[in-house]
Design a protein around this ligand. Sequence first.
Ligand SMILES: Cc1cc2nc3c(=O)[nH]c(=O)nc-3n(C[C@H](O)[C@H](O)[C@H](O)COP(=O)(O)OP(=O)(O)OC[C@H]3O[C@@H](n4cnc5c(N)ncnc54)[C@H](O)[C@@H]3O)c2cc1C
Length: 413
Amino acid sequence: MDVIIVGAGIGGLTLGLALYRAGIPCRIYEAASAIEPIAVGINVLPHATRELAELGLEPALARVGVTTAEACFFNRFGQLIYREPLGREAGYAWPQFSLHRGDLQQVLADAFVRRAGADHLITGRRCVAFEQTADRVTVHFESAATGARLPPQHGAIAIASDGIHSTIRKQLYPDEGEPIYSGYNMWRGVTRWPRFLSGASMVRAGWLATGKMVIYPIRNDIDYQGSQLVNWVAEIETPRHEMRDWNRPGALADFVGAFKDWRFDWLDVPAMIGAAEVILEFPMVDQDPLPRWSFGRVSLLGDAAHPMVPRGSNGAGQAIVDARALADCLYATENRVAALRAYEDMRREATANVVRTNRTNPPDAILREVYLRTGDRPFDDIDAVISRDELVAISESYKRVAGYDHDTLAARK
Ligand SMILES: Cc1cc2nc3c(=O)[nH]c(=O)nc-3n(C[C@H](O)[C@H](O)[C@H](O)COP(=O)(O)OP(=O)(O)OC[C@H]3O[C@@H](n4cnc5c(N)ncnc54)[C@H](O)[C@@H]3O)c2cc1C
């Protein structure tokens, strides 16, 4: 019997590809009627690009995205705090990619359909519930278009990769409640813009109390002038937030004031965000780590298992690493229930650490330290504010937690 995968997002599709490679049959059921390039940017770091490269996807990703070269941290006055190389530039055997989420999803979906067959990716089916016996699981679906009940599907196991609002997680934890608001609201968008800095720089600037921005290009050469599609996220501390879907439109007037003076020699931020093609608003949310993921023949993966605030570029990456771990566990034993327990042992505490660290000390802790030590004023000499060793220590410590420091990657077989 097949593995039933619920949700064809980044995690579900990667799992489908990893299972296909391991010779384990699966079917993916997706609520959306088609895989469409909605939403905005996403970063995939070397621990995750390694898994995608092993699935043969590196050339396709390099074609659609930007191979990220460096991270730059600035204060809100545009002064450089810290710069470090990323991906291959940092000596990894795998690149870091900055991508449109839709492009990443499309690369995965195309590869899955080409390899496994179009009949293994079934769209327009919304999972509404599951039940299980000792030897099989049954997943119930309705038509996403009409709400009509559809025939239930039977499988050996079911994996919930249905994202932050996972139906299966809700069935397992009915009293958990809605995702937890971090106190920071996000406005996200994409703008067609000339190359800035290296043309492959990931910028974090400012601080959450007064307004922070994350800015990076996600598509190269989108016109004949060499412009890029630039992804940006404005993050501001505010009690105001509304939990809706990933594609809720946002209004420029609600946040542009925080960035009105951000006209730097390396980028005119208000002009760039003012020229946005699309603006979306989304609260920064997560959930507390769960005590258990695997229940008999059902388990959780990706955001369904460990939704995290997006302050470490790791939501998609951890989902991709989950997929690899789960495929390895299923390959290692015919006992599906034992495999799901082994997968949980490998990944639950590891990802809980990322969830907790994203709340407290993600890479942008660099910005917080400088904000606090300078009293939010320009500095004359960054070395007098914070030493290079301290900056490196903050950055390296997050890499260890998220599993993309050089030692962890070298140790993984
Ligand atoms: C539309 C969308 C836009 C996003 N935009 C961004 C972004 O711009 N930047 C960013 O950093 N992260 C974004 N994310 C989140 C990011 O993709 C995830 O954090 C990360 O990739 C983890 O992947 P996942 O596969 O666990 O979950 P997701 O990528 O969220 O995928 C979940 C999938 O399950 C499907 N699904 C949900 N409920 C059901 C159901 N009941 N039955 C069947 N299928 C279901 C969804 O349609 C989706 O395709 C977005 C997610 C989605 C769904």
